[in-house]
Design a protein around this ligand. Structure first.
Ligand code: B1M
Length: 211
């Protein structure tokens, strides 16, 4: 509807105020924040990504669009968080892989997981395989989830699987992979336990892995 279109436009216009405004309006109107993210803001940022891919816009615009998006996701993630988690169902360690700075999608996954009583340890972005494994052991994670947005950095998801096997730790954790270039086929190829297409799917698969 109207708010969805305004959300997409705010990203295409790199208009931070408009993005903040529409996110707040949506929360007040009781529109599902996940719908606003999936059908609104994410559609806008992917369109900017496409324009960047074709050379229609350049890196400064891509950064502006990302900042605009972050302003809106901040507000919507807060609204999602208010729905709150119940009893703890498990621990989910998540990180964007080494060499990769994309974390908007991961942020959405994190906030949705938290609503389901899943404890999330977010290591941030550009995190090395060693650090991921070290932390997973430290917090005794049930699931290790990695996000990768570049066709080059998805190799780090394979590296994690290989390292876990090499260190005899593969059976200790479940693994989940996600990110725009990641597919079910890739997950199967590298031996990950689950692939999630979006945040809602990540929640569903996480609950399956924890069951
Ligand atoms: Co970059 N970038 N970027 N970028 N960027 C892409 C990925 C690109 C496809 C754009 C393009 O060219 N068309 C392209 C990659 C091409 C390729 O790999 N072949 C690209 C490039 C080239 C680059 C740079 C190299 C540009 C440069 O410097 N010349 C550079 C790399 C930096 C680095 O990582 N080392 C770069 C930088 C940036 C910004 C910093 C400007 C910014 C990121 C800001 C930030 O995240 N803090 C940025 C952005 C915004 C994008 C696009 C436009 C949008 C990504 C995004 O936020 N999408 C992107 C284009 C695209 O993806 N089509 C692009 C919205 C988000 C909600 O979706 O992240 O897919 P997504 O997350 C989804 C699902 O994938 C899933 O759930 C999420 C919610 O539904 N999911 C998971 C994600 N992780 C999951 C984990 C799970 C489960 C599900 O379990 C663990």
């Amino acid at each position: 509807q109207e708010l969805i279109k305004e959300a997409i436009d705010s990203i295409l216009d790199y208009n931070r105020e408009a993005a903040t405004e529409v996110a707040k309006k949506a929360v007040e109107a009781g529109v599902d924040p996940v719908t606003m993210l999936n059908e609104g803001f994410s559609v806008g940022i992917r369109e900017v990504g496409e324009r960047f891919g074709t050379g229609e816009v350049f890196l400064p615009q891509l950064i502006l669009a990302a900042e605009t998006m972050k302003a809106a996701t901040g507000i919507l993630e807060e609204a999602i968080a208010e729905k709150g988690g119940s009893t703890k169902k498990g621990t989910f360690l998540i990180a964007t892989v080494e060499g990769d700075a994309h974390d908007i999608g991961k942020g959405i996954v994190v906030s949705l997981l938290k609503t389901q009583g899943i404890e999330v340890i977010d290591l941030g972005r550009d995190v090395s395989t060693d650090k991921i494994i070290e932390k997973a052991l430290e917090v005794n994670a049930d699931i290790i989830g990695t996000s990768a947005l570049l066709t080059t950095t998805i190799m780090a998801q394979k590296k994690l699987e290989d390292e876990l096997r090499a260190r005899n730790l593969r059976d200790r954790f479940k693994t989940m992979v996600g990110g725009a270039p990641v597919t079910q086929r890739w997950a199967e190829k590298i031996g990950a336990d689950a692939y999630a297409e979006d945040a809602a799917d990540a929640v569903e698969k996480a609950l399956e892995l924890l069951a």
